[in-house]
Design a protein around this ligand. Structure first.
Ligand code: NAP
Ligand code: ZN
Ligand code: ZN
Length: 347
């Protein structure tokens, strides 16, 4: 076994603290990655605090992982020692269901083995995430990372990047389309950059009035302070597509009324509590309300290649392991520009 150092939550109410654990030896199709950076996603916080229920402890969160390959199994074909590699939100899946066969493993109908807060396919070995210094993963579930951009700015692409890229592609964000991004956080700021790079006209809808200059710098043409604007009137029937990235409970009906006939609002954020939905905003303009979960390995690689080509990284604040708990508090308050990334050499 490989001895690894990281940070874990021991329970829903404990802060994260140093934790040593073991990873499996490198199998024939595995690679061992020395983790350099891992982003802090709001999903890490929801799960470490058991806000969605069913959390497994101890929990080593982290699914925005980048580093360098240290060792490879004898059957590995896609990576060599020294290559940069990434790991996103899952490390394995059933590989045989229709979704897996369609390269959409995130919707696996069998067992999607998430990077942490889950068990391996043996049904018992816990998975531990990227708040650690090494990870072992089957090469088919690892991503290739370009050397063009600083590695710390790439880490958040593995979740925040793909989670916004996938619905933007699925619902054809492109020139001539009006895209609204609700919530300018980790996901939201990537959504702005990606939608702008795809040619769409981007509007940020934020409950934080001070984020306007950032929204414009990131590529938005318009900024709406939602607490000061009667958006249902000013933006009635306006957007082709809305990505809702908000992590806390909020009123969906108002945002829905800003979508055009036959347009779509996609829920990406997962607030712990459900909200009331009225039928009227949907039926009056044949609008659609949808959801979207991260993206498959093939599309994640496509997104990473797109970002390398367009020079798109995340805006990050790099922190040491000792600062994780403060970073959690600041993320919950919306005080991050726009993703905390842990320097994993500090574990
Ligand atoms: P984040 O960085 O904390 O950003 C969330 C944003 O939501 C904030 O920046 C803020 O934007 C807005 N917000 C927060 N509290 C609010 C409130 N009380 N009222 C209104 N707006 C509020 O979080 P993140 O990492 O981007 O994740 C966002 C959500 O997506 C989380 O629930 C996470 O679990 C989920 N997620 C889903 C997927 C998926 O596959 N679907 C993947 C990753 C994450 P403004 O200040 O601009 O309003
Ligand atoms: Zn995430
Ligand atoms: Zn499957």
């Amino acid at each position: 076994m490989i001895q690894v150092k990281g940070y874990a939550a021991q329970s829903a109410t404990s802060v994260l603290a140093p934790f040593s654990f073991q990873r499996r030896e490198v199998g024939p199709t595995d690679i061992l990655i020395d983790i350099e950076y891992c982003g802090i996603c709001h999903s890490d916080i929801h799960q470490a605090r058991n806000e969605w229920g069913g959390s497994l402890f101890p929990m080593v969160p982290g699914h925005e992982i980048v580093g360098k390959v240290k060792q490879i199994g004898n059957k590995v074909r896609q990576f060599k020692v020294g290559d940069k590699a990434g790991v996103g939100c899952f490390v394995d899946s059933c590989r045989s269901c229709p979704s897996c066969k369609e390269n959409e493993e995130q919707y696996c109908e069998g067992h999607l083995v998430t990077t942490y807060n889950n068990v391996e396919k043996d049904g018992k070995t816990p998975t531990y995430g990227g708040y650690s210094n090494q990870i072992v993963i089957d090469e088919d579930y690892a991503l290739k990372i370009s050397s063009k951009l600083p590695l710390e700015t790439i880490a958040p692409l593995l979740c925040a990047g793909i989670t916004t890229y996938s619905p933007l592609r699925h619902w054809n964000a492109e020139r001539g389309k009006r895209v609204g991004i609700v919530g300018l956080g980790g996901l939201g700021h990537m959504g702005v950059k990606l939608a702008a790079a795809m040619g769409a006209e981007v509007t940020v809808l934020s409950h934080s009035p001070h984020k306007e200059a950032d929204a414009r710098r990131l590529g938005a043409q318009h900024f709406v302070a939602t607490q000061k604007t009667a958006i249902a009137e000013v933006f009635a029937n306006h957007f082709d597509l809305i990505l809702d990235t908000v992590s806390a409970p909020h009123d969906l009906n108002t945002y829905l009324s800003t979508v055009k006939k036959d347009g779509t609002m996609v829920l990406l954020g997962v607030p712990p509590d459900s909200t009331q939905l009225s039928a009227f905003p949907l039926i009056l303009k044949r609008r659609r309300l949808a959801g979207s979960l991260i993206g498959g390995i093939k599309e994640t690689q496509e997104m990473l290649d797109f970002c390398a080509e367009k020079n798109i990284g995340s805006d990050v604040e790099v922190i040491s392991a000792q600062e994780i708990n403060t970073a959690y508090e600041r993320t919950v308050k919306g005080d991050v520009k726009y993703r905390f990334v842990i320097d994993c050499k500090t574990f």
